[in-house]
Design a protein around this ligand. Structure first.
Ligand SMILES: [Zn+2]
Ligand SMILES: [Zn+2]
Length: 207
């Protein structure tokens, strides 16, 4: 745990972070690597999947033809994280699953290969609430559709979902991702609209 900040729990509002000392304007108080990330579909062709550098003429993974890299070195560094999704992407080529499906797949790969020592010290995924029980039936149904897409996408990777930590099965992970992507109600509404338009329609699962 960083010494600049600590976690606290507020009864009505959930988890928060607070400063433990005076913090100067512009000071970096904490930084950490993302647990998992994926490049949004619109940026796949122009973003290095390892260092996130943007460019127009990036190297393309010869297997999945989807991942791009700014250099052979970045491609090599990213391989351990990319190799399982590469097989999945290759099988579906030229279709590419939606961002949340690709991201949850990466979270699943990470959870299944994670050792005790690389667990996040500040927040763990299992602490985020899925809010599945508060979701309207329509949204739940949408998540179930996404979950089937995820399972089709992952069929090539032979994941043993029973090895996932308790409560972190695919539908729960999708729900957590959707519940925590945006926090203000306006964003949530905008996101729900986007979800309904682009992800709940079976014919648009891939493009
Ligand atoms: Zn790079
Ligand atoms: Zn690939």
């Amino acid at each position: 745990m960083a010494v600049n900040i600590e976690r606290f729990v507020s009864e009505a509002k959930g988890n928060g972070l607070r400063a433990l000392r005076e913090i100067k304007v512009g000071e970096v108080i904490h930084s950490c690597e993302p647990f998992a990330f994926c490049i949004a579909k619109g940026f796949l062709k122009t973003t290095c999947q390892n260092c996130l550098k943007r460019g127009e003429s990036l190297l393309r993974c010869s297997q999945c033809k989807t991942a791009r890299y700014c250099s052979a070195q970045c491609q090599k560094q990213a391989w351990s994280e990319h190799k399982r999704e590469c097989k999945c992407l290759k099988r579906l080529q030229p279709r590419i699953p939606t961002d949340s499906v690709r991201l949850v797949a990466r979270i699943i790969f990470k959870l299944l290969s994670q050792s005790e020592s690389d667990k996040d010290e500040l927040y763990s995924i299992s602490e985020h609430q899925s809010h599945l029980e508060d979701m309207c039936d329509e949204k739940k149904e949408g998540l179930e559709h996404l979950c089937s897409t995820l399972q089709v996408y992952l069929s090539e990777a032979n994941c043993d979902f029973s090895q996932l930590p308790p409560g972190l099965d695919p539908i729960n992970l999708l729900a957590r991702l959707h519940a925590h992507m945006c926090t203000t109600s306006r964003c949530v509404q905008a996101y729900c609209a986007k979800l309904e338009e682009s992800e709940l329609v079976p014919s648009k699962y891939y493009n």
